[in-house]
Design a protein around this ligand. Sequence first.
Ligand SMILES: CC(C)(COP(=O)(O)OP(=O)(O)OC[C@H]1O[C@@H](n2cnc3c(N)ncnc32)[C@H](O)[C@@H]1OP(=O)(O)O)[C@@H](O)C(=O)NCCC(=O)NCCS
Length: 168
Amino acid sequence: MKTLAIDIRSAEPRDATAIADVHHEAWHGAYAGIIPHKALTAMINRRGRDWWANAVRRAASILVIEVGGKVAGYATLGRNRARELKQQGEIYELYLRPEFQGIGLGSRLFAAARRRLAERGLKGLVVWALEENDNALSFYTGAGGRDAAEGVEVFDQKALRKIAFVWD
Ligand SMILES: CC(C)(COP(=O)(O)OP(=O)(O)OC[C@H]1O[C@@H](n2cnc3c(N)ncnc32)[C@H](O)[C@@H]1OP(=O)(O)O)[C@@H](O)C(=O)NCCC(=O)NCCS
């Protein structure tokens, strides 16, 4: 049996193409049938290689998880944006390529993102997920998140409810 090394590290500009691919595949897999097609396609197309290269260069906090040298997923994190929530950190996005889902990599990436926020001195964290994204809801509930707030996001006139999970 082949053993594949799993590594979680900060993203570098050379990862931009791989992150754009993960973003494309994961968003399509997670949101097709939930977010209207036109809005979803526009969101995916906006975040191509150049967009990600720029995000990495501008020192946005982006982690990648590599399996056997291939970028299998990414997480972006930073300061919590919702003033009504007291937690200081936020994981803005956490996505894996569909073929790497369900084997524990999301849990490892989540733990690493949480550690990175703590190292930056941010206490507690928030993650938002669309209410219709059942996998995300079971993942964050399973990871010990508490459902603390609700919001609405509008895509092409379709309003979708989102839920904030928090960890103190
Ligand atoms: C959600 C996501 C990050 C979870 O990562 P993952 O590696 O697939 O999850 P793990 O294998 O670490 O599973 C951890 C727990 O999450 C839950 N879970 C994960 N995938 C699930 C699925 N497909 N259905 C139901 N529960 C699931 C389980 O409770 C699992 O617990 P277990 O280990 O006791 O079975 C990943 O599946 C993903 O990227 N999905 C698509 C994009 C997405 O929805 N991102 C979150 C946006 S807010």
